[in-house]
Ligand binder design. Structure first.
Ligand SMILES: O=C(O)C1=C[C@@H](OP(=O)(O)O)[C@@H](O)[C@H](O)C1
Ligand SMILES: C=C(OP(=O)(O)O)C(=O)O
Length: 436
């Protein structure tokens, strides 16, 4: 049941069984929009996600002179590319183009690199939380490539001001310990630079599978990136070519339904995902396998069957968007679960390490918190109104607790609109289907 500000989860007295069709991948949708926007010719996308994170991307691309037509029901989009030359033409006598990216990390990071290819001034901003999410590493890298850009308030965070006149190219070092999105943004803009771009990574790189995804989407649009040695990426001037391109369902969104099968001893199948998906987050099914579930990997589907669960100790650096899902599954396992190496989760929609700990404690669960992770000790769960901190993943993951415990309510359920506007409808459908 949904009221404007709270969702009361109805406990289910059965194992959840069925097929779920989550919407398209946020990460692939926003990459495909960028490569299609820069391409020569038309792109036709299918399986497109329509949510706040993709809507701010589309609105921004239109402001940059890129034509985007969407059919929201068919989940398709047609983009007429700008051949590597986005426009910065301020409207109504303004002296700069303003882009407002709400709290979409992919959008602001990818677009900061993209607008640098244009000529003119662009200011990129977001909601209050976005103004706390670092972007300085990307700005430092762009400056090394000849771009005049800065954090307007000198906080190292948005708003960002880019006085663009193309990306010159050359050698650049970029830090990857806070977010991989800086590298992905740079890589996607690199083929439209004036000269070859050679990127080296300084120190550790987090969320590595997202960079592999970037390279694969670039390749699908006809651009090659040479990875000459570990941590080095070389992109020569090239043109993306418009494509017919299909986007996989969102693997992070799938994690909630796989988890629902795991904790209720049910069986959930998701079509369109497989072991070689572009999204690293399909590995969440492997995590459930390690905890005791039975997982069937087919060429075009993944099925999770719930079995008695064992707590685990796991490094989730690569797949941190599923860490909140695992934290909730941990409540239903035998023994504690430790989630490690996820300090970068503190810089997302909210400080997710802290948010998990506080909301677990609100339900009476013992948690140990570290700078880069936490340990969850399963125990009796108390009724609670869960705070979601404007973080879609807090809402979607903690709702699962309420499938098995009375009295769990989710504050601000509408925050799932960031990546999954119909999440609660799809969860209810699965519950109803299972109770027939
Ligand atoms: O590149 C991407 O599409 C993403 C990369 C990850 O962020 P970080 O690289 O900041 O960890 C992930 O959390 C985010 O949801 C999407
Ligand atoms: C971290 C996330 O998003 P972003 O960084 O793109 O805002 C997310 O979707 O979990």
């Amino acid at each position: 049941m949904t009221t404007a500000d709270t969702y009361k989860v109805q406990p289910v007295n059965v194992s959840l069984r069925g097929e779920v069709q989550p919407p398209g991948s946020k990460s692939i949708t926003n990459r495909a929009f960028i490569t299609a926007a820069l391409a020569r010719g038309k792109t036709h996308l299918t399986g497109v996600l329509h949510s706040r994170d993709t809507e701010v991307m589309v609105e921004s691309l239109r402001k940059l002179g890129v034509q985007v037509e969407q059919d929201l029901y068919a989940c398709t989009a047609t983009i007429t590319g700008c051949g590597g030359r986005p426009q910065l033409k301020p409207e109504n006598g303004a002296d700069q183009v303003e882009l407002f990216l709400e709290n979409s990390g992919t959008s602001i990071r990818f677009l900061t690199a993209l607008v640098a290819l244009a000529k003119g001034t662009c200011r990129l901003d977001g909601i209050e939380r976005m103004r706390e999410r670092p972007i300085e590493h990307l700005l430092e890298a762009l400056r090394q490539l000849g771009v005049d850009c800065q954090s307007e308030l000198e906080t190292g965070c948005p708003p960002v001001l880019v006085k663009a006149d193309g990306i010159q190219g050359g050698q650049v070092e970029i830090a990857g310990n806070l977010s991989s999105q800086y590298l992905s943004g740079l890589l996607m803009a690199a083929p439209a630079a004036k000269e070859k771009v050679e990127i080296s990574i300084q120190g550790d790189l987090v969320s590595v599978p997202y960079v592999d995804m970037t390279l694969k989407v670039m390749k699908a649009f006809g651009v090659d990136c040479k990875t000459t040695e570990t941590k080095k990426y070389v992109v020569s001037p090239q043109k993306y070519i418009g494509q017919n391109y299909h986007i996989e369902p969102d693997a992070s969104a799938a994690s909630y339904f796989f988890a629902a099968a795991a904790i209720t001893g049910g069986r959930v199948t998701i079509h369109g995902l497989h072991r070689n998906s572009l999204q690293g987050d399909v590995r969440f099914a492997e995590v459930l396998e390690e905890m005791g579930c039975l997982v069937t990997w087919l060429p075009n589907s993944i099925t999770v069957v719930g079995k008695p669960l064992q707590g685990i100790d796991i490094d989730m650096n690569d797949i941190s968007d599923t860490a909140q899902t695992l934290a909730v599954v941990a409540l239903f396992a035998e023994g504690p679960t430790s989630i490690r190496n996820v300090e970068h989760m503190r810089h997302k929609e909210t400080d997710r390490v802290e948010a998990i700990a506080v909301e677990m404690q609100r339900m009476g669960i013992k948690v140990e918190v570290y700078p880069d992770g936490l340990t969850i000790y399963p125990g009796p769960v108390q009724p609670a109104v869960i705070e979601t901190y404007d973080d879609h993943r807090m809402a979607m993951s903690f709702a699962l607790v309420g499938l098995l415990h009375e009295g769990i309510q989710i504050s601000d359920p509408g925050c799932t609109s960031k990546t999954y506007p119909h999440f609660f409808t799809d969860l209810e459908k699965l519950c109803n289907q299972s109770q027939l």
